[in-house]
Design a protein around this ligand. Structure first.
Ligand SMILES: [Zn+2]
Length: 81
């Protein structure tokens, strides 16, 4: 777990405030972020220029339990690298 100052764009109005807050907390704590549009998983501790985390739409963001690459990979997400 770590914290980073990655504020997601608040442009989706189809989810309620509570869900949005939960998403922001998750985004600030997770080590791995999945993009279920591209089926890619990003290592938030080692973001690359190509990751463009800020460009991933809220509805495409996925987090993993446990928060590991192995878990993401087992759910069909490939490394973005
Ligand atoms: Zn990435």
């Amino acid at each position: 777990m770590h914290f980073h100052a990655n504020i997601c764009p608040i442009s989706v109005i189809s989810i309620n405030n509570q869900e949005l807050i939960a998403l922001e907390i998750l985004q600030n704590m997770a080590d791995y972020l999945g993009d279920n549009n591209k089926r890619q998983v990003h290592d938030l501790l080692n973001q690359k220029e190509n990751c463009q985390i800020d460009e991933i739409m809220i509805v495409h963001k996925r987090y993993f339990i446990p928060d590991t690459f192995t878990q993401a990979n087992s759910e069909g997400y490939d490394s973005c690298i």
